[in-house]
Ligand binder design. Sequence first.
Ligand SMILES: Cc1ncc(COP(=O)(O)O)c(C=O)c1O
Length: 337
Amino acid sequence: MSAAMTFGSDNHAGMAPEVLTALAEANVGHASGYGDDRWTEQAENLLGNAFGDAAFALCLTGTGSNVVALSLALRGWESVLTAKGAHIDLDEAGAPEHIIGSKLETIATPDGRLTPELLDAALRAREQHHVVQRVVSITQSTECGTAYTPAAVQAIADWAHAHELLLHVDGARLCNAAATNRCGLGEVAPGADLISFGLTKNGAMGAEIVVAINPSLRAPIQNARKQATQLQSKMRFVAAQVTALLTDDRWLNHATHANAMALRLADGIGNAAGVSIIHPVEANAVFAVLPAARISALAEKHHFYIWDAPTNLARLMTAWDTSPAEVDQLVADIVAG
Ligand SMILES: Cc1ncc(COP(=O)(O)O)c(C=O)c1O
């Protein structure tokens, strides 16, 4: 039996129907390339409504949008403070260090979230032998399935600015964090200077947007995108996805649904024998230690990743299209153990 591809990643989900429809509608006739088209104008208007006054650069991948965003803030002798295990640390093949030439300094966290106290401990005096600590990068929601409250993000922004650093937010799952916090996209990372805003995990095929909020970082955004190879010539197709998901709060419906499916899963397995959920479930991921003897049978039927083999820790992710029935089947199979 081949396992259903359900709980592996929100990246395993397909495109939302509205995105597919928008792509087909954009696929009529010719249009100018590189963003000089009405689809890009419409998408940037909607982004402006969501995030307020900012410069936007539509990109293709989350790694690319992180590189573009960070490149606006960093020079080679400057560094980024980020959580150990953050996507920029672990899952981007060293792209920020390689392309920008800046060092990443990682900080261990209990649940993916940085705090001013953790940052205090990592702060160094500025002197000529050290890299200059220039950016704090946090992930909202985090790689551990936790979400910062807006107040917690503001506290980090205040810390960063008080120490002459900037705040970058990797928002590959910003929609999930906004849904959890019941706030708008423009309110879920207050004080941020730069946001990498992701829609791919929300039902796009590939649409990730650099949001440059700090006015001093906005001017070179288009050049930075081009140099980081993220300028799509057929931009209307990226823009059409953005418009599809930002219209009628579809992003919110998708994120709310994915989050609800994660909570349903956590509620279902939380008290099961041999199961322990190690992080608060505040977005669309459940990190659960599973009974060792059950893992191979479960993996034959359901697709998920073992995050830490020695401790039998699994990452179970939900997506905009995960169905309650799929969740209930996984719960039943885990509980049956
Ligand atoms: C936190 C985070 N940032 C960024 C990304 C974007 O990655 P990609 O370059 O694969 O689009 C991901 C994707 O998994 C992610 O989880």
